[in-house]
Design a protein around this ligand. Structure first.
Ligand SMILES: Cc1cc2nc3c(=O)[nH]c(=O)nc-3n(C[C@H](O)[C@H](O)[C@H](O)COP(=O)(O)OP(=O)(O)OC[C@H]3O[C@@H](n4cnc5c(N)ncnc54)[C@H](O)[C@@H]3O)c2cc1C
Length: 295
């Protein structure tokens, strides 16, 4: 399904996975994906490891999602560190694998990143995601295109207004939908959505939801991506820090409340960062009264 159709006829659900590092991880993921497939997602997306570290694994998983799971597939792709010839080669393979959409990303900068003044892309490469969107529109017009949006601004950007102007460049270059970085306070998302509308960004803005099931892991993730963690949520998790089941329950409860509010706010869809596990997302969807389609 092309992204421009994913939200046209009602609520669009999507799940994001990453390629495991081992054969045992692949086997375990297949079991989790079969459970999530019962919710009939608009698409499943597969991440692209930083600096192209999962170049082949991402393609393998896109093929499997398409051929064995019958899913509509969105392939994440980052342009940092690659030349356009190399990019075109990978994108042609993705197209031939039956990928419908590309999540067009710059990717995180290599060591030295933004402090390299000015940061230089690879020879013959692209500097920002808006250039990748333009490249895709020109060379691979069949793909739907998703881009990243940051309710709490991208960590490198000095202020929200500049970050929003940069997001508008991606949409003006041809993106079909914006998928947000994870957030735990809906006010951040709602303010961001209002600012997008004011800026004339008129494509679906899809909230990215990450179920928290392990406080230690989420602390590492938020430290990297710059999303803030509400004190109330942190204290509730701290109180059950030695109890895995307790952390799971607190995390699911928070996400259910968050997602119900977002539904009431009329979001056109939700993108779940499932971290290759089904259980928490299943419980959240049940809490939102979204039953498996097979049920
Ligand atoms: C939904 C989602 C999925 C993701 N999937 C992956 C993945 O699979 N693999 C991965 O490695 N990473 C992934 N990321 C993380 C992403 O790669 C990083 O956040 C990265 O640092 C920025 O990528 P971007 O596409 O947002 O970059 P850009 O949109 O290029 O923005 C990067 C920075 O540059 C600024 N900027 C943008 N355009 C311009 C311009 N024209 N002129 C000046 N400044 C500009 C922005 O304000 C921002 O600060 C994902 C993030 C999200 C939200």
């Amino acid at each position: 399904m092309h992204l421009s159709d994913a939200y046209a006829d009602g609520f669009g659900l999507s799940f994001e996975m990453f390629p495991p590092k081992t054969a045992a991880g692949d086997e375990a993921l297949r079991v989790e994906l079969a459970r999530l497939a019962e919710y009939d997602p608009a698409f499943v997306s597969c991440t692209y490891g930083a600096g192209g570290s999962t170049r082949d694994r991402t393609l393998d998983w896109c093929r499997e999602l398409k051929n064995d799971f019958g899913q509509n597939v969105t392939a994440h792709f980052t342009c940092v560190g690659a030349g356009t010839g190399d990019m075109a080669e990978w994108l042609a393979e993705a197209r031939d694998a039956g990928v419908s959409n590309v999540m067009a990303l710059r990717g995180d900068l290599p060591e030295g990143g933004p402090d390299e003044d000015p940061w230089q892309p690879a020879a013959g490469g692209l500097r920002y995601a808006n250039e990748l969107v333009a490249f895709l529109r020109e060379q691979f017009p069949q793909f739907g295109i998703g881009v990243a949006g940051y309710p709490e601004k991208h960590p490198e950007c000095p202020d929200p207004a500049t970050d929003l102007a940069n997001l508008k460049l991606k949409v003006d270059a041809g993106a079909d939908a914006v998928f947000t970085q994870l957030f735990f306070t809906n006010d951040h998302f709602l303010r961001f959505r209002d600012a997008c509308v004011t800026a004339g960004i008129d494509v679906p803005i899809i909230p990215g939801v990450m179920p928290v099931t392990d406080f230690g892991r989420i602390k590492r993730i938020t430290a990297m991506c710059g999303s803030s963690f509400p004190k109330e949520f942190a204290s509730a998790l701290e109180a059950v820090k030695d109890d895995k089941a307790g952390q799971f329950e607190v995390g699911v409860d928070w996400a259910v409340k968050q997602c119900r509010e977002l539904m009431d706010e009329g979001v056109p869809g939700m993108h779940f960062y499932v971290l290759n596990k089904a259980a928490a997302t299943e419980q959240i969807l049940d809490g939102m009264n979204l039953a498996p389609v097979a049920a």
